[in-house]
Design a protein around this ligand. Structure first.
Ligand SMILES: Cc1cc2nc3c(=O)[nH]c(=O)nc-3n(C[C@H](O)[C@H](O)[C@H](O)COP(=O)(O)OP(=O)(O)OC[C@H]3O[C@@H](n4cnc5c(N)ncnc54)[C@H](O)[C@@H]3O)c2cc1C
Length: 426
């Protein structure tokens, strides 16, 4: 099978890229020239995984099927997992995919391309901490679903237990840990509202962070606001507390032990080790090293998003964020658009940091916007910050569904929530 452009990974960046290129080429040309490969059959925007994990977002309702997206945006889709690359021969190897019973779904295949884009995202970084198998992670929809099922069981079990106390510890006080804790508090409150007095139980939720403050990558003011908001919701925020080991029922930290019924690891990310076997230059975090055109060490092979190591301002790296993947996808639409029309691409990728927004539950957020009025950094909080945070998700939907599709989907979800409620614990 041959396509001019093959994009591997249909996440925040890769899907936007395939959809934009497909739409540019149109119904007749697009499916023949652009192919998207993903190991999953449906797409879910990764920044919503903490909501799926807490049961405040239904992954079946949120997920969008790649086959439908491909048809609407005029690209081809194939299910497959990247296994090997021969960049000199412009050939890609996809491994076989099996179902849950181990039966073969898709055999091993070889694809050829003119230009390849690697957009395979990242996973968790345990920094060598022993006991990683005792923690839940939020790397893909299946991880978030698994945590949600176990959370539901833990809620039910605790409601009927003698001590009526559930202890959840989140390791890592970055945006993922903070946002997950806010959702878990709301899931607990909604659950309590449905229980009789004799079944009400306590949720002891802690965030354990090695750095002196949570949201360490954001301005101090945001970190202080988030700490206050979480502490008001009775979340213990333990900073300066590096985790040394994870055990089935507790964490060992530099300052003592913390008992835990459920542990979530949200302390760092790292790209897949398999990236280092493709013959491309990678860094210590297994990211593909790219130049200012987002090209890897092999001609015709590009990388974007969390799996790409791209310099920013000469010495810093472009952060692993959805807004970076989105900007890189837009840049590659221009590059590959030119190449597909046999023109030389121009320009270099410049990352523009528009600031950061962190959700603190259904109606609350906090964040900063860069380059706003008079080029200054300004802070937002409360409902306004939450609406701005939600607009990022809507923007992603707009890139893959168009304006009308996004509006219809948002309305349908709002109406569904009105009837079924926000919490999905079944
Ligand atoms: C809970 C959570 C909250 C977040 N919140 C925010 C936020 O508020 N703002 C923000 O900017 N960022 C946020 N992020 C980070 C953001 O999600 C990522 O930076 C972004 O998704 C990266 O996009 P990507 O396209 O590089 O990879 P991804 O979106 O991770 O997509 C990677 C795709 O590649 C596929 N894939 C992986 N390996 C293979 C393979 N070998 N073969 C085939 N397909 C493969 C996967 O199935 C997936 O579809 C959050 C992350 C998490 C986990």
């Amino acid at each position: 099978m041959h396509h001019d452009v093959v994009v591997v990974g249909g996440g925040a960046g890769g899907l936007e890229l395939a959809a934009s290129l497909g739409r540019k080429l149109g119904r007749a040309e697009g499916p023949r020239r652009v192919l998207l490969v993903d190991r999953s059959v449906f797409h879910i925007w990764k920044p919503t995984l903490h909501e799926v994990a807490a049961g405040t977002l239904d992954s079946h309702q949120e997920g969008l099927s790649y086959t439908v997206l491909a048809r609407r945006n005029h690209f081809s889709f194939t299910l497959g997992e990247l296994r090997g690359l021969d960049s000199a021969g412009r050939t890609l190897k996809l491994g076989a995919i099996h179902d849950e019973q181990g039966r073969l779904l898709v055999p091993e295949r070889t694809l050829t391309y003119r230009w390849l884009v690697l957009a395979v995202g990242s996973g968790s970084n345990f920094f060598g901490t022993p006991g990683a198998e005792h923690a839940y992670v939020l790397e893909q929809a299946a991880d978030a679903e698994r945590f949600r099922r176990h959370l539901q069981a833990a809620f039910t079990r605790t409601a009927f237990s003698p001590d009526k106390r559930l202890r959840i510890v989140i390791v890592g006080g970055g945006a993922t840990g903070v946002e997950l804790s806010a959702e878990l508090i709301e899931a607990h409150q909604e659950t309590l509202a449905s229980l009789g007095a004799e079944q009400r139980f306590r949720l002891d939720l802690s965030i354990v962070e090695a750095a002196p403050r949570i949201l360490a990558g954001l301005p101090e003011r945001i970190s202080a606001q988030a700490t206050t908001a979480l502490e008001r919701k009775q979340v213990s925020v333990l900073t300066n507390t590096p985790v040394k080991a994870l055990l089935p029922d507790r964490l060992v930290t530099a300052t003592g032990e913390i008992p835990a019924d459920l542990i979530v690891w949200a302390a760092g990310i790292k790209a897949a080790e398999a990236n280092t076997t493709l013959g491309l230059t990678t860094n210590r975090a297994h990211q593909f090293v790219v130049n200012e055109k987002l090209e890897t060490s092999a001609a015709g092979v590009y990388a974007l998003g969390d799996c790409a190591a791209c310099l920013w301002h000469g010495d810093k790296m472009v952060p692993a964020r959805a807004q970076a993947a989105h900007q890189q996808a837009s840049f590659l639409v221009a590059t590959l658009g030119a190449l597909l029309h046999e023109r030389a691409p121009s320009g270099r990728f410049h990352y523009r940091d528009f600031g950061s927004l962190v959700s603190l539950g259904e109606n609350k957020g906090v964040g900063n916007l860069m380059g706003g009025l008079a080029g200054r950094n300004f802070f937002v909080e409360g409902l306004l910050a939450k609406y701005m945070y939600m607009s990022l998700h809507l923007n992603h939907h707009r890139a893959i569904l168009g304006l009308r599709g996004t509006f219809v989907l948002a309305l349908a979800r709002l109406l569904q929530r009105r009837v079924s409620g926000r919490l999905k614990l079944h």
